[in-house]
Design a binder for this molecule. Structure first.
Ligand code: FBP
Length: 554
């Protein structure tokens, strides 16, 4: 056996806690049907798109009596999209549950994400292999990927794989896009007369897959605690050396939940929230002016140091950039072949500037594009991801802001301080961290919930656990029809049913808490140093939940 760290050795012994309804094993879970669930908007259009899976009931679980003899279950599992701490525990919960009802049950892990399902590349998960991954971070047990399964041809290839392995179910562990596609696959299989279930599990460190039934996506807790620890350490270093302003970009492709929670946990001097920038229609200049204002005020108090938190997706929420990026997407798609032939950065930038200038409508956008440093121009032209999104993790927004703020301060006669910046990007550090107790418990329980949903023959459902801001004794497990989370959105030129992404609510309690504290945190050194995630010790520390969850659900 390969060597593991001492923490990992002890961590493997951790037995995740599960809600009361799951404690006697999944054979004894009673599935209770509630009201038929429908989406908040666009009901008729969504009903028509999902004739076989629309309007199913909400499900809640109760501890019941053993249902008797059970046949073995054969389930395929897919890890989709970016890593999120706890994914291995979802598989462990699923594995233990199906083995508990029949030792010949089998879990097939599709390799490298949804593409593995389409190509039939899989590994049968053995007990030994599962044990090696319990309570560990990452998705390396089977790997992940971003292949988008959406066309009938892809679904037909999946059907061949499903039939060849005689699968009763596919469990797709993913974010909003992957769960949208899980619901579409569920509908497709039903329409083709297959009884195979498709069950989704809510994953993403970004925290933007949540609603009244899904309080949080797994991985958010661990990732943000990891970043908060690092930010606290940096704040301590800044306050010790007293010579640097740290510009820290934080993951979260669209929503700013991570930045918001990190701001609440550390009291950084400035925490930008993309949703607020959009709502207030702020320009890049106004954002730069505001950061410069805080830096000047602190310099007047003799403090030439501080911490600025920047959500990764910021640039797409600045209204003029949003329009620019949309136009760049169109122009890159329209001129795909020509653009692919261009080799140097200068030639690519010149070509794009030319295309923008050639359109009367894009003249203003051309100016915005021209005003950017060359590195950022080039980053805006990099390949889009398979869902057509700009890869914001590749855009150095931290460098852009540090550079522009530096210029602004230099040009300001009133500024008498010294400005020197350090830049950081925290993202990948948190995605594969060892899951906190919260994520270890939550994920293992979600895996058990998925097994119950499969066993009771449901399809097009997402595993759900509510009341998670309270102790595990009050956690409530169940299943939510995915189609009830849909709304219609414009995607790639078409109106499509998709799960609505949960952005930061500016009227919500978490943002209000930040807004209430931030003017004090700007000037005072009110930093909080959260320290590392604790896996052992008093429950107050080791089972702590995020402030966002506490404020929103507590
Ligand atoms: P998911 O939405 O798939 O969970 O991934 C989110 C994320 O971690 C973002 O925060 C980040 O922008 C992106 O993945 C990075 O993607 P990649 O791993 O392809 O660089």
């Amino acid at each position: 056996m390969s060597q593991v760290s001492i923490l990992e050795k002890h961590r493997k012994q951790y037995q995740p806690k599960v809600p009361p309804s799951l404690r006697q094993g999944i054979a004894k879970v009673k599935v209770v049907e509630g009201a038929a669930a429908e989406p908040a908007k666009d009901r008729e259009t969504i009903r028509k798109s999902f004739p076989n899976t629309y309007g199913k009931p909400l499900l809640s679980f109760q501890a019941g009596v053993d249902a008797g003899e059970t046949t073995p279950l054969r389930i395929g599992v897919v890890l989709s999209g970016g890593q999120a701490p706890g994914g291995h525990n979802v598989i462990a919960g699923l594995f233990d549950s199906v083995k508990s009802i029949h030792p010949q049950s089998q879990i097939f892990g599709f390799l490298g994400g949804p593409g593995g399902l389409e190509k039939g590349k899989y590994e049968t998960i053995t007990a030994e292999r599962m044990d090696a991954y319990r309570n560990t971070g990452g998705f390396d047990i089977i790997g992940s990927g971003r292949t988008k399964l959406e066309t009938p041809e892809q679904f037909d290839r999946c059907i061949e794989v499903i039939n060849s392995l005689a699968l009763q179910a596919i469990v797709i562990i993913g974010g909003d896009d992957s769960n949208t596609n899980a619901a579409i696959l569920a509908e497709y299989l039903k329409a083709k007369g297959l009884t195979t279930s498709v069950i989704g599990v809510p994953k993403t460190i970004d925290g933007d897959l949540k609603n009244m039934h899904i309080p949080v996506s797994f991985g958010f807790d661990t990732a943000v605690k990891t970043y908060a620890e690092l930010i606290g350490n940096i704040a301590r270093d800044a306050g010790s050396a007293k010579k640097y302003w740290h510009f820290i970009k934080l993951m979260g492709r669209s929503a700013s939940h991570i930045a918001l929670e990190a701001g609440l946990q550390t009291h950084a001097n400035v925490t930008l929230i993309s949703e607020e920038v959009e709502k207030r229609n702020l320009s890049l200049e106004q954002i730069v002016d505001d950061i410069a204002r805080v830096i000047s005020a602190r310099a007047d108090a003799g403090k030439n140091y501080g911490v600025v938190l920047i959500p990764e997706g910021l640039i797409e929420f600045i209204p003029s950039f949003k329009t620019l990026i949309g136009r760049l997407n169109d122009l890159l798609a329209k001129n795909e072949a020509a653009f692919a032939k261009l080799e140097t950065a200068d030639v690519k930038i010149a070509a794009m500037s030319g295309w923008l200038e050639a359109e009367a409508l894009s003249a203003a956008l051309g100016k915005t594009f021209a005003s950017l440093p060359k590195t950022i121009q080039l980053q805006l032209l990099l390949d889009r991801d398979p869902h057509g999104n700009v890869q914001v993790s590749l855009i150095d927004t931290d460098a852009l802001l540090a550079e522009l703020v530096g210029r602004k301060l230099k040009a300001s006669p009133a500024y008498k301080g010294k400005f020197s910046s350090q830049r950081h990007f925290f993202g990948y550090e948190g995605r594969a961290a060892a899951p906190s107790n919260f994520d270890a418990d939550y994920c293992y329980s979600l895996g058990c919930v998925a097994a119950v949903l499969v066993k009771s023959g449901r399809t097009g459902y997402m595993a759900s656990i509510r009341n998670v801001s309270k102790g595990v004794d009050q956690w409530a497990a169940g299943g939510i029809p995915i189609s009830m989370m849909f709304n219609m959105e414009q995607r790639h030129g078409h109106r499509k049913p998709v799960i609505q992404k949960a952005l930061v609510e500016l009227e919500g309690p978490a943002f209000k808490a930040l807004a209430a504290g931030r003017s004090r945190w700007e000037i005072e050194d009110a930093f909080i140093y959260p320290g590392p995630i604790q896996y052992f010790g008093p429950s107050e520390v080791s089972d702590a939940i995020t402030q966002t969850l506490e404020l929103e659900q507590g």
